[in-house]
Design a binder for this molecule. Sequence first.
Ligand code: SF4
Ligand code: SF4
Length: 405
Amino acid sequence: MTSALTLASTAFLAGCQKDEKKIVTKEGEIAKRKFRDLDIPLLGFGCMRLPMKGEEVDMEELEKMVDHLMSHGANYFDTAYMYVNEKSETAIGKVLKKYKREDFILADKSPIYKMNSQEDVRKIFDEQLKKCQVEYFDFYMCHNINANTVDTYRKVKMYDELEKLKKEGKIKYIGFSFHGTPEILKQVVKEHKWDFCQLQINYLDWDIVKAKEQYEIAQAENIPVTVMEPLRGGGLVRLSEKALAKLKEQNPNVKPAEFGLRWAASRKNVITVLSGMSNLQQVKENVETFMHYKEMTPEEEKIADETAKVIQSQGEINCTGCKYCMEVCPKGINIPATFALYNQYKVDNRSFGFKMYYETLDESERPDKCIKCNLCTKNCPQNLKIPELLAKVKDEYDKLKGMKR
Ligand code: SF4
Ligand code: SF4
């Protein structure tokens, strides 16, 4: 006999499955996905790399970008207190002012580094509303939860204050963005009733830096995901010749940015994919991708995996990600992930990105735990001097440890 509980959970799951992949299309607009009372565009504007003129935001270019997005139904804007040297909220607020509030969706994030008490949460929230020239945020996040910030979030009772703001109608949905280890994520998802979370998801990080594991933790709690860094800060656009050849193996016309964005958008329960666009040209190209959006085919998924492996094998450290070393390492060091982070850093030169990704490794798996037993080197088909290379990556991280964005 089918129990009431089974029936209820079947109905619940059926509801989730119906919405999580449902694409809403309207004439002249990009693809959207249902989330509660909203139709969310699959392409969101990540406002962390705004067009600049010297030290200031290029407002003329930004307005053109926003107008193009809005005229194609791409009305999701994701800012944060700290973005663009704390200038992003003011800039995007100014440009969005000419639109009716109900016509755009605005997401913002808390600057935990400025908070010592629950009172600070509200004080800063009010400041953010003013900067953005709005009365409420559709989405609001505890920004950058990780090993260093998680306890401060708890101490200032951030979630409790956000719940109050939600009841007052100043926030529609509460979430968090995450840059920590899967272990911390497992705690965080259970601590509160989150409406959504923001994770770093792209086809290169999927296996290498446990993006898949993080995504699955959110899935297990049925928390919808907004995606950040779908193109790994441009690293998946500026591909090497060899990686590009692999990507084009099946379809010579494929464009790296389009491929990466579609890959991220094709994960179940992803409600939007944020792209940190910096000029009108990028906006136009990305809008085009989502005007004709198609989910990834199984063949394309395979190409994505293979391209990730090519990228991984091409960096300064010639590691192919085979993981044979990990079969013998008594300390469980995540050797391929460590090398992949370093290789990407050497390509994109983004120190903060390297530091942030490094900190997503479990502390127990980091290079500093290596005891130099050399068991791994005997298993490495590439004959890499693994302990020395781990030490090199660790030194690089140590130089950047205290760095703030
Ligand atoms: S040398 Fe270091 S990384 Fe290699 S097996 Fe020993 S502890 Fe693990
Ligand atoms: S065995 Fe060598 S090539 Fe394979 S993952 Fe380990 S370090 Fe990389």
